[in-house]
Write a protein that binds this ligand. Structure first.
Ligand code: SLL
Length: 174
């Protein structure tokens, strides 16, 4: 295929984790969750402002800590799109998400796989799962706890440099 010369396409996305401590009010521990688990958490890759990413990001593999059952989680855009068809718009998944429970922090390896038309190699990101508020002061930590959540999110832009024509079409009409 031919490349579109002199063209750079950027697609913004967000990745990271959101964690909530279990408590007796708004986040009770579901039945069957091990006694030593203290938090529910999610790791995700999604678009900015609810924009879709599935037209350029086709698969995400999350590598969790080996203490977690089935620690390699691979999610295909295709299966999310299929699931979304039977859901009302407000319930549709906008990104790649893994939900878990646990007790400890660790580094998550996130591997991004692009549309095959792009010719791009997979890219690896590393993200530290945060369960506990962090900051230099109690005020900073309190700010992180707002809403009972510890968020650790990163904004990124994916650059496609001189994309193949066919992929460029998908990028700009997606
Ligand atoms: C630590 N280096 O010692 C880290 C390891 C591992 C966290 C944290 C297990 C969850 C499950 C879990 O939370 N592992 O058993 O499903 O803090």
């Amino acid at each position: 295929g031919k490349r579109v010369k002199g063209v750079q396409v950027y697609r913004p996305f967000i990745y990271g984790t959101t964690a909530r401590p279990f408590n007796d009010t708004d986040n009770p521990k579901p039945p069957g969750v091990p006694i030593d688990h203290t938090h529910s958490w999610q790791v995700f890759v999604k678009g900015v402002d609810d924009t879709e990413v599935f037209y350029w990001l086709r698969r995400v593999q999350f590598k969790l800590h080996e203490s977690i059952p089935n620690h390699l989680r691979t999610i295909d855009a295709e299966s999310i799109i299929r699931d979304n068809e039977s859901k009302p718009p407000s319930k549709r998944q906008k990104g790649f998400v893994v939900s878990e429970t646990g007790w400890g922090e660790f580094e998550i390896t996130i591997k991004l796989y692009y549309d095959s038309k792009s010719g791009e190699k997979p890219q690896t990101l590393y993200h530290h799962l945060r369960l506990h508020p962090y900051g230099r002061t109690e005020a900073e930590k309190e700010a992180m706890r707002s809403g009972g959540e510890v968020v650790a999110w990163v904004y990124e832009e994916q650059l496609f440099n001189e994309p193949f024509e066919e992929f460029y079409k998908a990028l700009t009409t997606g």
